[in-house]
Design a protein around this ligand. Structure first.
Ligand code: NAD
Length: 473
């Protein structure tokens, strides 16, 4: 009997045991490595059990073929399509932030454009000296710490990427996004089991806290951490001795120069900056416009629906949304209508974005607001625009956007910014497949260098070599 057949038999036995046990108890995840009490579709009471269950699931998963993984990824996409709307509604209800229609769009992007197993191609080189082969292999258990700004799209995206690469995942949801994150994860787990995958490939705890996230970060059975969030998380993640994929904050500037197609620039910036109430890390967050086209641009973006706050309304909004030099989280992800009321105006129901004329040192320029309020700054030269954009981005090297017809300026700005995401002449989402070409990513790992993450980012590259054989031509 060859190795493949033995692995297949082991896999079937494990699956049968698991099914019998699960049917008997209703909530016991069992496998060859031992029983893990308390799990319900991957959700455990204790973090230790969640990690142990994922570890056991990973070991089982190693006995499955690449074709099996392909089938499981198809099951994730299929179930996510069916439940997209429910998850989007729950995400808004749970977090009190963002918009259902845009959450649906984000989930759809994750479902349709996250790369799967097809990305993990084997490289083989042969020659007079023999053969060398490289393959993408799993790390094991990944601890994924997720933000409240993208809860369900992130679970879909990470499940597809990380499971394509053969890993199991322990999620640490944001305490403000527990229900939607867990529901999405449990629904996917059920679809995976129905497709024949081991139970508990995705796990978490019923009451996630900062402490449970820290327990995941420190646990010896968690091989890799993926930390997606703000500055506090980045700081904590970078102290870990483990391999860490760190995807931190952005504060994307956008430049509009005097050669830009102003109508396209205004529409793109309006759409990009207002998307999901500006919560995605890639959204346009401050805008620098050359003086000669400033007035025309301002008129154009108002024609798109933006509401221009006067200086006193702007100041009122600053005082409410920035307290002790920190963004007031009560207003993160709120709509233009809500923020308008805070500023003392009732904006039309068609308005998705507030704009304010500011200078380049204004707090709305400096802070990553994560709200649909876009400061617009008049600059005299392209060089001044670039310098101001560079300062506003704070060296995160996350995202930058430009509207210009001049390739030399586009190139110059891209070189200066050195960001992981750079978009010319479209909304920010263009770079993640939202109206642009290519595939998507929901974790943009600037701090650790992986950039827009795909299954390869969650894989270990291994090499096999043989001397003097297996060249067959
Ligand atoms: P957040 O930092 O408040 O929380 C993110 C996650 O980290 C949560 O699960 C939270 O519980 C956990 N966390 C925070 N501090 C921690 C600590 N010290 N130890 C352990 N866990 C900790 O961020 P958020 O408000 O949920 O999300 C918005 C932020 O995330 C923004 O800054 C946004 O730019 C960033 N973000 C970045 C990317 C990217 O790909 N680079 C993607 C989405 C969001």
């Amino acid at each position: 009997m060859d190795e493949r057949s033995i692995a297949e038999i082991v896999r079937r036995v494990i699956q049968e045991v698991q099914t019998v046990e699960a049917n008997a108890s209703g909530h016991v995840a069992t496998c060859a490595g031992g029983a893990v009490p308390g799990g319900r579709d991957g959700v455990f009471t204790q973090i230790e059990d969640a990690i142990q269950a994922a570890y056991v699931a990973y070991q089982q998963y190693t006995t499955y073929s690449m074709d099996d993984r392909k089938r499981f990824i198809a099951a994730i996409r299929e179930t996510s399509r069916k439940l997209n709307q429910q998850w989007a509604e729950l995400a808004v209800q749970d977090t009190g932030m963002g918009r259902v229609d845009h959450k649906i769009a984000k989930n759809a992007l994750a479902i349709e454009l996250t790369p799967g197993t097809e990305e993990l191609t084997t490289t083989c080189v042969t020659g007079a000296n023999g053969l060398m082969m490289q393959e993408y292999t799993p790390f094991g258990v990944i601890g994924s710490i997720t933000p409240c700004t993208n809860p369900t799209a992130m679970v879909i995206n990470h499940s597809i990427c990380m499971l394509s690469a053969g890993n199991a995942v322990v999620f640490a949801p944001h305490p403000k996004a527990i229900q939607c994150t867990l529901r999405c994860m449990q629904d996917i787990n059920r679809a995976l089991v129905a497709a024949g995958a081991p139970a508990n490939l995705l796990t978490s705890v019923s009451e996630p806290t900062m402490e449970s996230a820290q327990a995941i970060m420190a646990h010896p059975k968690v091989n890799v951490l993926v930390a997606t969030g703000g500055p506090g998380l980045v700081k904590a993640a970078l102290t870990s001795p483990k391999r860490v994929v760190v995807a931190g904050p952005g504060n994307p500037p956008v430049i509009v120069d005097d050669t830009a197609d102003l109508s396209n620039a205004a529409k793109s910036i309006y759409d990009g900056s207002s998307f999901d109430n500006n919560m995605p890390c890639i959204c346009e967050k401050e805008c620098f416009v050359l003086s000669s086209v400033y007035d025309a641009f301002l008129a154009e973006i108002q024609r798109c629906g933006a509401y221009l706050l006067n200086p006193s309304q702007t100041q009122t909004l600053v005082q409410a949304t920035i307290v002790n030099n920190q963004v007031n989280r009560d207003y993160v992800g709120q709509s233009a209508a809500v923020l308008g009321r805070v500023a003392g105006v009732t904006v039309p129901s068609t308005c998705d974005l507030l704009i304010a004329e500011t200078d380049k040192n204004h707090p709305f320029v400096d802070h990553e607001m994560l709200m649909p309020i876009l400061p617009i700054v008049r600059v005299n030269t392209f060089e001044e625009a670039m310098q101001a954009a560079k300062e506003a981005e704070h060296g995160f090297r996350h995202t930058a956007i430009i509207h210009s017809q001049r390739l030399d300026r586009i190139t110059q700005f891209a070189k200066l910014m050195q960001t992981n995401i750079f978009v010319a002449n479209g909304p920010c989402g263009t770079a993640l497949g939202n109206g642009g070409e290519g595939w998507t990513a929901f974790t943009i790992a600037g701090q650790s260098g992986e950039g827009p993450c795909t299954p390869k980012s969650f894989s270990r590259l291994r090499r096999f070599s043989i001397k003097g054989a297996l060249r067959i031509i």
